[in-house]
Design a protein around this ligand. Structure first.
Ligand SMILES: [Zn+2]
Length: 169
């Protein structure tokens, strides 16, 4: 069976992904979230279904990425509106279009994010994994495609966290 290579828009980017290879690298042993018992990993299936708008959820699922199983997931800041979480996903394919993901400023190199939503804050950047030093799954099959890093920063409102606790206790 030939693998479909759909061109999928996500925010400002357009990706052509290999569905089969992308599915192969989801929830890979050795990645930071694999079998992780932290609250975020345990409950991400719930949060991911309600925190991302359809315009982000749909394309991520369509390219073969498991929304509930990011490669990396961690909380990095608490502010008055909620908790800021970073979720990193990986796909196999090519970035066809999109803004330049790195900016050189006086402070050095920094990642460029596209704001998808102001409240609760949601921002995203997509880049080739080869441009990042951070952890990633390993593609075991030979392919001309590359590993793509989908990097999201999401604010989870305190209200939602309270509701979620109520659901699970
Ligand atoms: Zn975790």
């Amino acid at each position: 069976m030939k693998n479909r290579r759909p061109t999928i828009p996500i925010a400002d980017w357009k990706l052509a992904t290999d569905l089969k290879l992308t599915r192969e690298i989801q929830n890979q042993p050795g990645t930071p979230t694999y079998n992780c018992n932290c609250t975020w990993c345990q409950n991400w299936r719930y949060y991911s279904e309600i925190i991302f708008p359809e315009t982000i959820q749909q394309p991520i699922k369509r390219i073969g990425v498991a929304l509930a199983k990011p490669t990396e997931l961690y909380q990095y800041k608490i502010n008055k509106n909620g908790v800021d979480v970073r979720a990193i996903y990986h796909a196999i394919g090519k970035i066809l279009e999109g803004p330049i993901h790195q900016q050189h400023t006086d402070l050095g190199k920094s990642l460029f994010y596209t704001t998808v939503r102001e409240q609760p804050h949601l921002a995203l950047t997509i880049l080739p994994q080869s441009h990042s030093q951070e952890e990633a799954p390993i593609l075991k099959t030979r392919s001309n495609s590359e590993l793509i890093r989908i990097d999201l920063r999401i604010e989870i409102p305190h209200e939602l966290l309270k509701n979620q606790q109520a659901l699970f206790t």
